[in-house]
Write a protein that binds this ligand. Sequence first.
Ligand code: ADP
Ligand code: ZN
Length: 316
Amino acid sequence: MFQDQPVLALDVGGTKLAAGVVSPDGTVLSFCQIETTVSEGPTAVVKRLLELGEQATAEARLAEPLAAVGVGCGGPLDPGTGVILGPPGLPGWDSVPLGRLVAERFGLPAYVENDATAAALGEYRWGGWNVDNLVYLTVSTGFGGGIVASGKLFHGAANQGGELGHVVVDWQGRPCGCGARGCAEAYVSGTSIARRATEAAAGTDSPLARLGVTAKDVAEYARAGDPVASAVWDETTAMLGRMVAVLINVCEPQLVVLGGGVTRAGAQLLDPVREAALRQAMPPAARACDVVLSKHGAAVGVLGAAAIAYERLEES
Ligand code: ADP
Ligand code: ZN
């Protein structure tokens, strides 16, 4: 039975591709990652993703066959058909039949889901939290999230699982990749942190006034006291804290779990976000909730994709 079999999980991010084999209890049996290099376009990236999946399968040295492949990818996408529908973070990925390509390559059922929505289910199943209501937010190349309410992953009528990255935190704010203004993603994503730092540093003697600055650089320079980096970092944590307060009011979760590459900054991110969110949310909702970091590090996307594979197998 599939309940006893491992699954292959693939995670397509704007910065990294990850693949892993995951057992039914959420143990990661193998894990590998490489750079996405989005500029190469979908054909080349999908080719390397499939090769990475084969490498992860080989490294797991399985005795039993895989039950399915779960795939997490930036949305919008169609989880029913597995077609990727032009995510802002993956330029050129218009109508890419990722589910079919994965299913053909591995000869297994392939289940595609929005990466952040998938990660919410992974945190619910295997995060070690023991709660029935949680919101997961990924602060990575992009910014998005997913909701588990009363033990069920929220899918929504359009099957996108909620566009949490496009909650507006400033209605007259910065333009967002989705076409709107002032979305949380326009402030909180790694891409936006880097872009705002580059803009703020232009013409100053800040060390950030050079090309190729990343969110990681901004975090490091802010820690070292650089005023430009600190201002961008503080704006980012304030925006994220405000956004988390909105989600606490709407969803009343027991936990808001933060994951993704930018959360590698650790307490530098969590402490101000947690303080701002719990201070600004409605008191009963705030008292019922805490804000924490995922314990899964870079594997959070792979665990999410695996959780989706098991959920769909259970439904089928
Ligand atoms: P993906 O979006 O492909 O899933 P990640 O979740 O690893 O990739 O997120 C990549 C983002 O995380 C980049 O913007 C990178 O600059 C940022 N990042 C990586 N390490 C750190 C760090 N220690 N502090 C802050 N940001 C970081
Ligand atoms: Zn937007």
